[in-house]
Design a protein around this ligand. Structure first.
Ligand code: NAD
Length: 495
């Protein structure tokens, strides 16, 4: 466990909230700022540039100029690789500063900012760096009279719009493949978590990424976000956020230049436990750990727990015993497992869903209340509802807080129908000691990622994304290059 006095470091921190455009820190063109408070205790962290259309325009034009003169795309792949590797090294070297900024900004426990968010961000950048000079293009099997080259080319200017729940990791999932492929990027972080994105851009420049290639404009969604998604010089939008705003991204593209839109959206993931799975205690530990990680503010949180009726009472008892281990605590204390929700709006949303769970007849077996209100921050107890039906509000809608719903089923067919009975399709898991059933159900689940007898395995090497209204396209793995490159066919006549 870290011995650093994080509270003392936090007291000394003066984060720079200015935008980073064309290699320079700048105020918003009209000088406007917004106040950024920490959800830990509502302390003021600083003033952040409130980017608007003019700032987005400056950033996109800088990105376009950088792309057109090939100051980045034109570098040899091995050179881009070296620079991106240096960028990853710099992220690791700044790990304590970045972890503290992330925790103060959005409330997650410092132990996880340090052990998950910073290393995953660095690994993502390094992994795409390593790929740059190892990917080959194709030659098509055509007749002798011609040669057909199939090549991948960088797309141009990528607009990245990301949420606040994993601010650095979500940014890295866009930056890694987009920059490695040779694009320029304009990143719009969430107004609820702007600081680490700005610091990442400084580190990128220190590492040797040329000015203009990676720009960050903080601001609100309906201002900076909308301006970026509507901009005629942006070739693609890599969006991660809510399904509600994802719909808008498609609309913005339709109203502007038909830019490609890749949406990584919400989820309501099913965790399906059959009575032939013997180690119920492990399944209970896993679902609690995955559900309450990051305060339940994870797109892939297993928020719908489907349990076969014959073992449901036992399973609920086991989960109820696990939940209190995630009691909310001070995010700056390295022992804390569950931190603060991102802001007051999110607190009210989550408490509203808990009220809805009660009103619809759910039985709250543990948690259900606000916590640590005396700190001025936004905390909710880990909460488990039993007796939920799939058509209830808390089972249908993404809560994005530490609230789990237990739904009982009788047999495999009902389990599959309930699991797939959601507008979302991001992730799911099946727990069974019967290998045939495990495979059958895994095949039947309509989700981008399916786990069998575990939930939290994850790696940059595998694609991540959703079926249905959880989005389109995939982040992570080599498949992510598909989003940020165009395929070109070049026919050459051979006499
Ligand atoms: P959000 O949709 O409210 O905001 C996401 C980003 O979009 C922010 O930067 C925001 O400023 C911007 N934005 C908001 N309104 C906009 C508008 N009108 N025009 C342009 N931009 C706009 O989402 P959030 O609350 O920040 O994040 C939580 C959501 O993200 C959840 O639904 C979660 O499931 C989803 N998420 C998905 C994944 C995934 O990989 N599928 C990963 C993490 C989070």
């Amino acid at each position: 466990m870290s011995t650093i006095d994080w509270a003392a470091r936090a007291a000394d921190l003066r984060p720079d909230g200015r935008a980073l455009i064309d290699g320079k820190r700048v105020d918003a063109a009209d000088g406007q700022t917004f106040a950024k408070h920490s959800p830990i205790d509502n302390r003021l962290l600083g003033a952040v540039a409130r980017g608007q259309a003019a700032d987005i325009d400056a950033a996109v034009l800088a990105a376009r100029a950088a792309f057109d003169d090939r100051r980045w795309a034109g570098k040899a792949p091995a050179v881009r690789k070296k620079i991106l590797q240096r960028f990853a090294d710099k992220i690791l070297a700044a790990k304590e500063e970045l972890a503290l900024l992330e925790t103060l900004d959005m409330g997650k426990p410092i132990q996880y900012s340090l052990s998950v968010d910073v290393p995953s961000t660095a690994r993502c950048i390094a992994w795409y760096a390593e790929a740059v000079d190892k990917i080959y293009d194709e030659i098509a099997p055509t007749p002798d009279s011609a040669l057909a080259l199939i090549t991948r080319e960088a797309m141009g200017v990528i607009g990245a719009i990301v949420p606040w729940n994993y601010p650095m990791i979500m940014a890295a999932w866009k930056l890694g493949p987009a920059l490695a492929a040779g694009n320029s990027v304009v990143l719009k972080p969430s107004e609820k978590s702007p600081y680490t994105a700005l610091r990442l851009a400084e580190l990128a420049i220190e590492a040797g990424i040329p000015p203009g290639v990676f720009n960050v404009v903080p601001g609100f969604g309906h201002e900076a976000g909308e301006a970026l998604a509507l901009h005629m010089e942006v070739d693609a939008i890599g969006f991660t956020g809510s399904t509600r705003v994802g719909r808008r991204m498609l609309d913005y593209a339709g109203r502007s230049n038909l830019k490609r839109v890749y949406n990584e959206l919400g989820g309501k993931s099913a965790f399906v436990v059959f009575d032939d799975f013997k180690d119920l205690a492990r399944a209970a530990r896993t679902v609690a750990g995955s559900m309450f990680f990051n305060q339940g503010e994870s797109c892939n949180a297993p928020s719908r727990v489907l349990v076969q009726a014959s073992v449901a009472d036992e399973f609920v008892r086991l989960v109820a015993a696990e939940a209190p281990k995630y009691a909310p605590g001070d995010p700056l204390n390295p022992a804390t497992e569950l931190g603060a929700l991102v802001d007051e709006t999110q607190l009210k949303t989550v408490l509203g869903y808990i009220d809805a769970g009660h009103a619809e007849g759910g039985r709250c077996v543990t948690g259900g209340r606000q916590a640590r209100a005396e700190t001025g921050g936004y905390y909710v107890e880990p909460t488990v509802f039993d007796g939920i039906r799939n058509d209830m509000k808390i089972a249908r809608e993404e809560i994005f807080g530490p609230v789990m719903s237990v739904i009982r089923f009788q047999d495999e067919a009902e389990a599959l129908a309930l699991a797939n009975g959601s507008a979302y399709g991001l992730q799911a898991s099946v727990w069974s000691d019967n290998i045939n059933r495990a495979h059958r159900v895994a095949r039947g689940l309509r989700a981008g990622t399916v786990h069998v007898n575990q939930y939290d395995e994850d790696d940059i090497t595998v694609p991540f994304g959703g079926y249905k209204q959880s989005g389109n396209g995939r982040d992570k793995s080599l498949h992510a290059f598909d989003k940020y490159t165009e395929l070109k066919t070049t026919w050459i006549r051979i006499d």
